[in-house]
Ligand binder design. Structure first.
Ligand SMILES: [Zn+2]
Length: 420
């Protein structure tokens, strides 16, 4: 499964009205000073996080709020374990919040962040409203004035209604993850999944060793590390808004063009290494590309799933795989295929539809690999998916053949492969 869950919503964020009750008009000058102090506290908090300074990270948090203190302590532990390399707040309010004694104004922030990426770039004007290389998420922080501590402190933190992501919470926003690290992977387990961590790290390392080489084949940058979240059934239904539903065992999602992360549902499949080869196949072939819009209607889904199945199979043909029976059944019951590019799966696709789609897509990719070689197959993939050009120019360039001829030959091969 491949879901690019990030939407580019250029939603402006106005200043919210202050809560009801008594209002005092703050002195504008003082308000601006206070606003500058609040911004500086959040910037310093991020710098403390990157420096591993927990006391500095906790400094702006209201110590009288035990739940909030625990939330921030957990977040510090998880973000450090995920090897956070950027945590920069951008203040999205066009005018400063109203600051008055006795009130806790909402401060709206876009937080730019990176995990395990030493070269994570600072956001630029060009990438700000596009699906750029630096991930971000939106948060709302309340700052209340605490006279005892002599200044403004964080008194609440909330998820906003609108966000760049299709669904929240993001997996790492869960307060109770347990994180383990390998050479090429970071694996974070939801509660109840911790005992799987040693096996999962070993499986992820094996999968990474198998998938890393495709970066070279694509001429693409290698993902710095593969990041995996182990979800129980409860987290599967909530993380990233509950995508992609009950008929899937895992998915790769895009936090940015340079940070694809993987979620697996541990109850769905036993062969974790194979499942991770498939999802890492999505990560390695997508890393460094913008696939914005693909979550709405991915015209290349047959190719992205076919290539992920091909990578998962690691040289074994689709005819030896578990989806072949569903593919055969579908082909026998449907009008003859006219193009290799199947219609993208509907959101409510049944398990049988999904299996048939994966099986036929895998057969199509196998055909191209057999006829033109693996190197040319990946050149074709790079042109279609990474460069967003259609299969017609890609086929001319990578295979030296007209796409219509390639499709005709591969459709014949597919029917023959399933004995029809
Ligand atoms: Zn997939």
């Amino acid at each position: 499964m491949s879901l690019a869950l990030t939407l580019t919503l250029a939603a402006g964020c106005g200043t919210p009205p202050p809560p009801g009750g008594h209002r005092r008009s703050p002195s504008p000058a003082q308000s601006n000073d206070d606003w500058a102090i609040i911004q500086q506290k959040l910037i310093a908090q991020g710098q403390a996080l990157l420096a591993g300074d927990e006391a500095g990270w906790m400094a702006p948090v209201d110590p009288g709020n035990a739940a909030l203190v625990e939330h921030y302590r957990n977040l510090f532990r998880i973000l450090r374990a995920l090897q956070v390399t950027r945590w920069d707040p951008e203040f999205t309010m066009s005018i400063p919040p109203i600051l008055a004694h006795g009130q806790a104004p909402n401060v709206h922030i876009d937080m730019w962040y990176c995990f395990a990426n030493a070269t994570c770039p600072a956001p630029t004007k060009e990438t700000r409203y596009l699906h750029g290389p630096t991930p971000r998420f939106r948060m709302v922080v309340d700052f209340g004035l605490r006279v005892s501590s002599g200044g403004y402190l964080i008194t609440a933190v909330k998820q906003p209604k609108g966000d760049h992501h299709a669904g929240r919470p993001l997996p790492w926003e869960s307060a109770d993850l347990t994180v383990a690290t390998g050479d090429r992977v970071i694996v974070a387990a939801a509660p109840g999944q911790q005992e799987r961590l040693p096996v999962a790290v070993a499986a992820a390392e094996r999968a990474a060793a198998a998938t890393d080489r495709y970066s070279t084949l694509l001429g693409a940058p290698r993902p710095p590390r593969y990041i995996v979240y182990l979800a129980g059934d409860r987290e599967w239904r909530t993380w990233n808004g509950g995508s992609p539903g009950a008929n899937y065992a895992g998915y790769a999602y895009s936090a940015s063009s340079h940070q694809y992360e993987v979620v697996v549902r541990t109850s769905a499949r036993n062969d974790l290494t194979a499942l991770l080869r498939h999802e890492f196949g999505h990560v390695v072939t997508s890393h460094g590309t913008t696939r914005a819009g693909a979550e709405i209607y991915d015209v290349n889904q047959w190719l992205t799933e076919g290539i992920a199945e091909y990578i998962e199979a690691g040289g074994r043909p689709a005819t030896a795989g578990p989806t072949i029976a569903a593919a055969r059944q579908y082909l026998r019951a449907s009008p003859r295929m006219r193009t290799l590019g199947l219609e993208p799966l509907p959101r409510n696709a049944t398990a049988t539809q999904v299996a048939a789609f994966y099986g036929i897509s895998h057969l199509a990719v196998d055909c191209m690999a057999r006829r033109f070689g693996e190197r040319n197959l990946f050149a074709f993939f790079a042109t279609v998916v990474r460069e967003s050009q259609g299969p017609f120019p890609a086929s001319e360039r990578a295979y030296g053949q007209d796409w219509e001829d390639v499709q005709r030959a591969c459709i014949t091969d597919i029917y023959r492969a399933v004995g029809l």
